[in-house]
Design a protein around this ligand. Structure first.
Ligand code: C5P
Length: 292
C-alpha cells in the first residue's frame, strides 16, 4: 500500500535525514502535490530554522545575539552571554519536559529584555548590527522565499527572536515579499528612534501555542490553504500552526542542530522528518519544488 513509488525525492535519501514513517510522509507529500500550491501554506520558525546554527563549524548568531555582537558596550555583551550560557543548555536539554523548561525560558527572555533596556539601542543602529553580525540565512533560503512567492504560497515566520532583526536580515540578505508575515517580539521605539521596550506579549520558545496569531484572522483568512508545512528546530515550534483551520495534510520538519545523539530519538518521535546538522534548506526546497 502507499504511494512511495510515485514520489521520488533524492534529498530525502540523504543519511542525515531521518523519516520514522516514510510511507506516511510520502503519502502526505503526494497529497500536497496533487492539491498544488493553491492549497499550501508554510509556517516556519526563524532562528536556527531559516538561519544557520553553524557556518563552517562556527556557531552563528540568533536575533538576540545580533544585538549582543556589536554596537552596544562590551559590558552588555558579557552580561547577555552569561545569561545565555545559563539558559541555552536548559532550552536544549532532552531530559527536561517542556513544562519544566517554561519557567526558565520566561526568566531568560525577561532577564535578556530587561538588560537590553539599560543600554542605548536606537533604530538606526539595527542596519549595522545586522550587517556586522555572524547571523546567516541557511543556504538556499533565498530560493525558498523566491519559490514560495512565485507560487503565491503564504509563509508565516513565527519567532521567539526579535522581529526588527528578522526583517532587517531578510531585507539585507534576501527579499521580504508580500506573501510573508513575521510574528515575533517587536522592539518599541520613541519618536526619536530610541528603543523603549518591546511591543505586545512576550513570545518565548515554548509559548508559541498561546500567541495572539492563533486568535487573529491570519489563519482564518488562509482557511482555504488546507495543507501545512511546518518547519522548526524546537519541540515548541510544533505548536506554531495550532490556529490553522481545515487542515487536511500537515508535514512537520524538524532541524536538529545540536545534541544530536541525545535528542534524535525524541525529535523522531515528534517530527515527520528530522534533518540533522545541515546548513541548508535543500530538503525543504526539494519538497516545496515538488508541490509548487
Ligand atoms: O526564532 P526562534 O523562535 O527559534 O528564536 C528563539 C531562539 O533565540 C531560541 O532558540 C534561543 O536559543 C535564542 N535566544 C537567544 N538569546 C536570548 C533569547 C533567545 O539567543 N536572549
Amino acid at each position: 500500500m502507499g504511494t512511495i513509488s510515485q514520489i521520488q525525492i533524492e534529498e530525502l535519501e540523504r543519511s542525515h535525514v531521518h523519516i520514522p514513517d516514510r510511507e506516511r510522509v510520502m503519502d502526505i507529500i503526494k497529497q500536497m502535490k496533487d492539491d498544488g500550491p493553491d492549497k499550501l501554506q508554510v509556517v516556519a520558525d526563524f532562528d536556527r530554522t531559516l538561519t544557520k546554527f553553524t557556518h563552517r563549524g562556527s556557531v552563528c548568531a540568533t536575533c538576540h545575539n545580533v544585538l549582543e555582537e556589536s554596537g552596544l558596550p562590551k559590558e552588555y555583551k558579557e552580561k547577555a552571554y552569561a545569561i545565555r550560557d545559563k539558559y541555552f543548555p536548559i532550552e536544549t536539554d532532552p531530559n527536561l519536559s517542556i513544562e519544566e523548561k517554561i519557567p526558565h525560558m520566561i526568566e531568560w527572555w525577561t532577564q535578556a529584555h530587561d538588560l537590553l533596556m539599560k543600554y542605548p539601542l536606537s533604530k538606526e543602529m539595527l542596519y549595522n548590527m545586522v550587517a556586522n553580525s555572524s547571523a546567516k540565512l541557511r543556504d538556499g533560503c533565498t530560493k525558498f522565499f523566491d519559490k514560495l512567492h512565485a507560487s503565491d504560497v503564504p509563509l508565516l515566520i513565527f519567532s521567539a527572536g526579535v522581529g526588527d532583526i528578522i526583517c532587517e536580515m531578510i531585507a539585507q540578505h534576501s527579499t521580504m515579499y508580500d506573501n510573508m508575515h513575521v510574528v515575533s517580539n517587536d522592539l518599541d521605539f520613541d519618536d526619536n528612534g530610541k528603543m523603549i521596550g518591546f511591543k505586545g506579549e512576550l513570545i518565548h520558545v515554548f509559548n508559541k501555542n498561546e500567541s495572539a496569531i492563533h486568535d487573529s484572522d491570519y489563519f482564518t483568512n488562509l482557511s482555504h490553504c488546507t495543507n501545512v508545512i511546518l518547519m522548526g528546530d524546537s519541540l515548541g515550534d510544533l505548536q506554531m500552526a495550532n490556529g490553522a483551520e481545515n487542515v487536511k495534510a500537515k508535514l512537520t520538519i524538524g532541524f536538529l542542530n545540536t545534541r544530536v545523539k541525545d535528542s534524535l530519538e525524541l525529535y523522531k518521535s515528534k517530527f515527520d522528518i528530522v534533518i540533522c546538522e545541515d546548513e541548508s534548506l535543500d530538503i525543504c526546497n526539494a519538497i516545496v519544488n515538488l508541490i509548487t
